[in-house]
Every structure is written in C-alpha cells, then in structure tokens.
Write a protein that binds this ligand. Structure first.
Ligand code: MF3
Ligand code: CO
Ligand code: CO
Length: 283
C-alpha cells in the first residue's frame, strides 16, 4: 500500500530528535502525521483554556439535568453559559446543525437534537455532547447521565463504555498508534458482550472541529496514524448493548440510532499527547 510521506524536515533546518523518530517510522511504511497536526505551545494553551470552559459547561449540565427537564431547556442553558464565558457553541450552525449541543437518549447513538418536546424521564440514559470555541480554539467532550434509577443492564452499559474510553486512553502513548486505541476499546466492549459503532469516529480537534486523524474505536494494533507529542484528538467510543449497526435519520438529517433499538452509550474527552502520555484537556 502507498503511504503518504507526511513528514519532512523544513529546508535549511537540522532534524530534531522528534524528526528523526518520526522519519524512522515513515521510512518503515507507517502513516505519520502532517506537521500541522503537532500543536504549538500557544495553540495548546488556547485549547486548554477552551477545555476549561467546556468542562465547566458539562459540570453545569450535571447540576441541571433531571427528570422533568426538556432537552431543549438544557440546550438553552448550554447556549447561555457558553456565551457568558466568552465562548461560542461549535455545534450551532455546524453543517446546518440547529442547536448548541447533542443530547442522545437510550437508543440514540449520537447527534440527538435537543427540543422542547423531549422530557427527561426516570430510567433514561442520556449523553450530552458539547463543543466550545474559545478565542478560535475547540474543545469537545461528552458525558453520560442516568435519570433517576435505571436498569442494572443500562447502568452496566454506561460504566463499561466509560471504561472503554479509559482503556483507550491508557493505550495512547507517544510513538504508538491510533489502531492500538481502537483495538483495546473493541476488546473491552466485546468481552462484555457489547458491540462498537463503526460508522462514527473520534478525531483530531483544536484548530478546527474535526481534523485528522480519524480515531476509530475498533481496529488492529500498530495500524493507523503514529501518535506524536503535540497532537490533540478525541476518543469518544459509542458502544451498543446489541448489534453495531446504526441508522442515520433521513428526517432530520442528524439523529443516529441503533438499528435494533437497543441502548447505546458514549463518553468523550479532548486529549493532548505529551512526551509521557495523555493529558486530558476536558476535566
Ligand atoms: N460533538 C460531536 C463530536 O464529538 C460532533 C457533533 S456535530 C453536530 O464530534 F453538528 F452534530 F453538533
Ligand atoms: Co468529537
Ligand atoms: Co463531541
């Protein structure tokens, strides 16, 4: 297979230690990042600040989410909070998306559109996904919330999905690969009898909403892009209690549901690769 030669040493510059490491992988045929995916210290600072606001935003949601509240009301709170903190909700108007957040309940896998008609009820498992733009920098994260008491089965799905994110994060070490993350997540999900959604992925983030690389939540070790310090990306596994197949709504153009109607869960962080492992920018 042809692998793009993404990395080069700028003309007239001596190769750094990092250049040498990356070029060695590239020579062996591995996919390496383009230089622009390695954030500068200034960019990292900007994304970090955006992450602080996005985390405060999800903390606010945690305090407000409860039985009887509509998803539309939560979205209004998210809009106001973001503006009050000097940010812009990245979702609003993104490819025509009509709201500030995605709120995905039970069999909705992701991209659920908040509205005034959807009232939160006991037993629901709810993903709230928010992305903040602060001074041009993006931070993207989501959490699961359980409304009142739910079934042990749904509770376990929420917990195992969180473990999937954590296990994926542990695999993400400098000079390992995106495929190492996906492989670990897939193993943990399947060990618990669950399936991994394949049609949607994590992604590079920070300067734009969705950048390279694609971070699949399944895969094989030592495949996909090399992970290099300075890269910023999300891991956001969508794990289904039943089968992995999903359906994309033709009605609203956004809502993704499980084909079999079984529940799905998701957790997401924006992450910075450092010399020693990941730093979570959204907690
Ligand atoms: N926040 C989602 C993600 O994790 C993207 C939502 S795009 C929207 O990548 F337009 F639906 F908001
Ligand atoms: Co994301
Ligand atoms: Co998100």
């Amino acid at each position: 297979m042809f692998i793009k030669k993404n990395w080069a040493v700028p003309k007239g510059q001596a190769p750094t230690e990092m250049d040498r490491k990356i070029l060695a992988f590239q020579r062996q045929g591995y996919l390496v990042p383009k230089r622009k995916l390695i954030k500068t210290p200034e960019q990292i600072e900007g994304i970090r600040k955006s992450g602080v606001v996005n985390t405060a935003l999800l903390d606010m949601v945690a305090a407000e989410i409860k039985e009887g509240v509509t998803t539309g009301h939560l979205d209004d709170l998210i809009h106001q909070f973001t503006l009050d903190h000097g940010g812009i909700p990245a979702c609003l108007g993104y490819e025509g998306y009509p709201k500030c957040s995605c709120i995905s309940i039970d069999n909705v896998v992701c991209h659920g559109i908040p509205d005034e008609k959807t009232v939160l009820q006991p037993g629901m498992i709810v993903n709230v996904d928010c992305t903040t733009i602060l001074d041009g920098y993006y931070a993207d994260a989501s959490r699961m919330f359980i409304i009142g008491e739910t079934t042990p089965e749904k509770k376990k799905l929420v917990e195992v999905t969180k473990e999937c994110l954590e296990i994926g994060m542990k695999e993400a070490q400098p000079y390992r690969f995106v495929g190492d993350i996906g492989y670990a997540i897939q193993c943990h999900a399947q060990m618990n009898g669950y399936s991994v959604v394949r049609d949607l992925c994590g992604h590079g983030v920070g300067i734009e909403f969705h950048e390279e690389p694609e971070v699949a939540h399944f895969g094989r070790p030592k495949t996909g892009m090399l992970l290099v310090p300075g890269m910023v990306f999300t891991i956001e596994p969508m794990i289904n209690m039943g089968k992995k197949e999903v359906h994309f709504s033709r009605e609203d153009g956004w809502t993704v549901t499980t084909r079999d109607g079984m529940p799905s869960a998701q957790w997401e962080h924006t992450l910075l690769m450092t010399e020693t492992g990941l730093e979570i920018l959204t907690h």
